[in-house]
Design a binder for this molecule. Structure first.
Ligand code: F6P
Length: 360
């Protein structure tokens, strides 16, 4: 097993997420445990196009399990998207005798991983993004920490809202998915949650809030996912919502945006543990001769999915499929993908409805 893989590379790419360091540590230690050397590749794919690599020992990943950000740094490398950049990356792998790569990040990272796989460098992806918007997996590294950070911030806002009988409208990071806004909203008892995935009835919510006010409720939190303003084509939607809310309810309303603050911070136990499991699993798959797969989690179990399948599933869920995207899939596979997307949406809807049961 270790004969074929003498040395592997590991990189982090795209938006950073708490827990990426725990995954980097796990990849490094799992590989070393199997007698395989590890090269840390800096700044994502850029570190392959313009070589920036370092041989990692176990000590190089000591004391990073508890740290946010990524010790390998990250970058969104446009050059790597061109054939010329890709060939430079392949050459770097050859020059450094890298037999395979583990790439930690989101869907852009996995597209890059597939490009390498297709050109003969076996590659396995690990999902890392606070947004939890990689459809093929129920969990992506960084989500739990981001939700917990949002909870801490919103709890503080609630304290002052209660003192002053105010509302706080909170816009929460998540460009293409409302998971962070939804779960943080539930966990902080938000009076309303606005996310892309579910139709929002503003008047109904305002009436519900006025009812609660009559019942002596003093503080109100409204969570809006970052993707909502973009989808509505109005960057200032959340600020305007806060104003409108104040006018319609007579409740003094403040606005705050929780953006990159949610991407930093020490990872929670859940992120450290899942990142460690996923890192170890990615090494196992790579050394077994597997490639072009992304590790994931379903029903609490580790799974792996072909990257092309994962990317198309993602587009299906987000309604962004292009013509011909499903040409290489069987009818059975397409039916299975549709059922999975429907279940994922139903799970989200169920949570959303529970949030409203609580908002009285
Ligand atoms: O990591 C995902 C994400 O946090 C999105 O929710 C957000 O819109 C985006 O990254 C912003 O990333 P950056 O500012 O690094 O481009």
């Amino acid at each position: 097993m270790a004969k074929e893989f003498r040395r592997i590379g590991v990189l982090t790419s795209g938006g950073d997420a708490p827990g990426m360091n725990a995954a980097l540590r796990a990849v490094t230690r799992a590989a070393i445990d199997k007698g395989v050397e590890v090269m840390g590749i800096y700044e994502g794919y850029k570190g392959l196009v313009h070589p920036q690599l370092k041989r990692f020992t176990s000590r190089d990943v000591s004391n990073i399990i508890s740290r946010g950000g990524t010790a390998l740094y990250s970058n969104r490398c446009l050059e790597f998207k061109e054939e010329e950049g890709m060939q430079k990356a392949i050459q770097t792998c050859r020059d450094n005798e890298i037999d395979g790569i583990i790439a930690i990040g989101g869907d852009g990272t996995f597209r890059g991983a597939t490009d390498l796989s297709l050109r003969g460098i076996p590659t396995i992806g690990i999902p890392g993004t606070i947004d939890n918007d990689i459809t093929s997996t129920e969990y992506s590294i960084g989500f739990d920490t981001a939700v917990n950070t949002a909870i801490e911030m919103i709890d503080r806002l609630r304290d002052t809202c209660e003192s002053h009988a105010r509302c706080n409208v909170v816009e929460i990071m998540g460009r293409n998915a409302g998971w962070v806004a939804l779960e943080a909203g539930i966990a902080t008892g938000a009076s309303a949650i606005v996310i892309n995935e579910i139709q929002f009835d503003e008047d109904k919510v305002i009436n519900q809030i006025l009812e609660a006010k009559k019942n002596n409720k003093r503080n109100f939190i409204v969570c809006i996912a970052e993707g909502v303003p973009a989808a509505l084509g109005d960057k200032l939607y959340s600020e305007k919502f806060a104003k409108r809310f104040e006018e319609k309810t007579g409740i003094e309303t403040k606005f705050v945006r929780l953006a990159h603050v949610l991407r930093g911070g020490d990872p929670t136990m859940r992120d450290r543990c899942i990142a460690t499991q996923m890192g170890s699993e990615a090494v196992r798959l790579l050394l077994e001769g597997k490639s072009d797969l992304v590790v994931g989690m379903r029903n609490g179990e580790l799974i792996s999915t072909e990257i092309s399948y994962a990317l198309k599933l993602d587009r299906m869920y987000k309604g962004t499929l292009k013509e011909g995207d499903l040409d290489n899939f069987t009818e059975e596979q397409i039916a299975e993908m549709k059922a999975y997307c429907a279940k994922r949406h139903a799970d989200l809807e169920k949570l959303y409805n529970i949030a409203y049961e609580m908002a009285h």
